[in-house]
Design a protein around this ligand. Structure first.
Ligand SMILES: CC(C)(COP(=O)(O)OP(=O)(O)OC[C@H]1O[C@@H](n2cnc3c(N)ncnc32)[C@H](O)[C@@H]1OP(=O)(O)O)[C@@H](O)C(=O)NCCC(=O)NCCS
Length: 176
């Protein structure tokens, strides 16, 4: 197993691995898409890596220097390891590789977010130097006239084209 920088030729496998492990009907995985992966490749100082077994992508991490409008905070946004390869320390190596590059790029801290029931991800982060800080709970008020449809449950309610993932920023310069 080797860890190498994410390249365009890995896109298809990264996208498919993400779709196989992320529930795209549930926050925070709803924005997983080709655009999400591609915009990381297009982003300044990104830190995106894949774990390879021969030519096969068995894990990936997508990080960037883009976290909200902070110039000095980096964001480790997506990580996944093929279930057949989990529990072997691959995610730990991906996290460490990703963070080393982000710190070398000038990040004063790396931020990540973990869905509250994701024990594997929370343990991974706690064991790689992250500490829990702010907790944000998504409160949902359903429209009483529009009960959740079968289409929504099966993902057919997703927008056909996702123009942007969770990276944010408007390229405005800070106020001087
Ligand atoms: C989270 C995930 C990436 C971990 O990958 P992994 O390669 O199995 O993790 P590692 O083997 O490197 O383990 C790293 C640490 O996390 C802990 N860990 C991993 N899976 C765990 C689990 N299911 N329950 C509890 N702890 C777990 C390990 O004990 C290890 O800590 P240690 O080395 O100090 O004992 C993997 O479970 C996954 O791909 N999940 C689905 C995608 C996902 O939820 N991604 C996160 C949100 S973007």
């Amino acid at each position: 197993m080797e860890i190498v920088p994410l390249e365009v030729e890995h896109l298809r496998q990264v996208l498919d691995l993400g779709f196989s492990v992320f529930d795209v009907n549930t926050k925070p995985y709803t924005s997983w898409s080709l655009t999400t992966v591609a915009e990381h490749l297009d982003t300044r100082d990104s830190s995106c890596w894949v774990a390879l077994d021969a030519e096969r992508v068995i894990g990936f991490v997508l990080g960037s220097m883009e976290f909200e409008l902070r110039d000095d905070w980096a964001y480790l946004e997506w990580i996944a390891v093929d279930p057949a390869y989990q529990g072997r320390g691959i995610a730990r190596r991906l996290v460490d590789t990703c963070c080393e590059k982000l710190f070398a790029s000038g990040a004063s801290r790396v931020v990540t977010d973990v869905e509250s029931s994701n024990t594997a991800s929370a343990t991974l982060m706690e064991h790689t130097g992250f500490t829990a800080q702010v907790t944000v709970t998504l409160f949902v008020r359903p429209n009483p006239l529009k009960p959740t449809s079968e289409a929504a449950k099966t993902g057919l309610a997703r927008r056909p084209l996702i123009r942007s993932g969770r990276l944010v920023g408007d390229n405005r310069l800070p106020n001087m």
